[in-house]
Design a protein around this ligand. Structure first.
Ligand code: KG4
Ligand code: ZN
Length: 343
């Protein structure tokens, strides 16, 4: 007899994207994301504006996800919600909404860790997404985090290394700002780099022991290099934008890949996945594919829409926890936690 697949509504509001997704088993039925362009004006996410936009977007986004999935609200078995980490004001909007809906429908509310969800996005079922088997290594690279995680199961994940200062996405965004590019600069560096030479300019790489990362030295090295070159040639950046983007991107990706290779060597794990916003980067994707061809590792690269923040990844994580039956709490005693611990 075929057992009924759980229908999970996922909601994400940790930063500047309001998103809702509906999942039936591992199959994605809808994933709606409302991005907030308002922050471009300020060169970074303004927390107060982000929470206001979430307030405006959350109801229409959830309704749009339900409509697209053709699922009636009464058929939802559980709601998965990003509990943290993230911006307090943003998280509170999603958590309060999810709590109220779970209470009204009398169904479980499942709190989800945003970074773990980025990793489990690999298990969203659609034609182009292939899933790793356990154990695998995952490089999670976003605007706020940079980690190498050993993933033994959907609920057992160990951080092997992490950044001691800036995150990789932050390094992209800060470098882009120095080049006069608008926020978020990561995708723009990627775009300009396509016409540039990776080796045109050289920036310092950190020497950090073990599997930890550091990007603050690179930031300083770019700052001083641009300052010195602009003294000699005021329009240095404009004239060399593509080469600068390519060289900065190459340096960040080299730092990431060298630690990932070290982690694979130390653990003997040859299934490698990437996750988080920076995993959309084309140089990172290409370098991984080249490594896979050369060294017989298998790499898992998520579809673009599952790299940046989305609720499909929250729903799939909720589904795993729902099936395990262990992370369910009464819907009234969950609160947003901007610094949610990795347990
Ligand atoms: O995971 P994410 O969407 O949000 C956070 O949880 O932080 O990651 C956002 C980060 C930003 O720093 C953005 O610049 C970076 O991901 N990013 C990229 C690319 N697309 C997004 N960085 C480099 N190349 C890209 N193509
Ligand atoms: Zn994220």
């Amino acid at each position: 007899m075929k057992t009924k697949q759980a229908i999970v509504l996922g909601i994400e509001s940790s930063c500047d994207d309001t998103s809702a997704a509906v999942l039936c088993g591992n199959k994605l039925l809808a994933n709606i994301v409302a991005s907030q362009d308002v922050h471009i004006l300020y060169g970074g996410v303004v927390p107060e504006l982000a929470s206001r936009s979430h307030q405006e977007n959350i109801v229409p986004v959830v309704l749009a996800a339900l409509k697209k999935s053709k699922i009636d609200v009464s058929s939802i078995d559980a709601i998965a919600i990003t509990q943290g980490p993230g911006l307090m004001g943003s998280l509170v909007v999603g958590v309060s909404f999810a709590k109220a809906l779970a209470l009204a429908l009398d169904i479980p509310l499942i709190p989800v860790h945003h970074m773990k969800a980025h990793i489990l996005a690999h298990f969203i079922e659609d034609e182009q997404n292939s899933s790793p088997s356990f154990p695998f290594l995952c490089l999670t690279v976003s605007g706020g985090h940079t980690q190498i995680v050993q993933v033994n199961s959907a609920s057992e994940m160990t951080i092997l290394g992490k950044t001691i200062d800036d995150a990789a996405g932050e390094a992209f965004d800060k470098a882009a700002k120095m080049l006069g590019l608008p926020y978020p600069g990561g995708p723009l560096i990627d775009q300009h780099a396509k016409n540039g030479n990776n080796l045109a300019h050289t920036f310092s790489k950190p020497k950090i022991a073990g599997l930890d990362f550091s990007f603050s030295g690179l930031k300083t090295s770019i700052l001083y290099y641009l300052r010195d070159q602009k003294i000699k040639e005021p329009d240095f950046i404009e004239k060399n934008l593509a080469d600068l983007c390519a060289s900065i991107q190459y340096t960040i990706v080299s730092i990431l890949i060298s630690k990932l290779k070290q982690a694979s060597k130390e653990t003997g794990i040859k299934q490698i996945a990437i996750a988080g916003g920076v995993s959309a980067n084309s140089e990172l994707r290409q370098t991984l594919l080249t490594w896979a061809e050369k060294d017989a590792v298998k790499v898992y690269i998520p579809k673009f829409e599952y790299c940046t923040d989305n609720a499909a990844m929250i729903a799939i994580t909720g589904k795993f926890l729902f099936e395990e039956g262990k992370s369910l709490k009464g819907s009234t005693n969950i609160s947003a936690d901007p610094r949610l611990a990795w347990k």
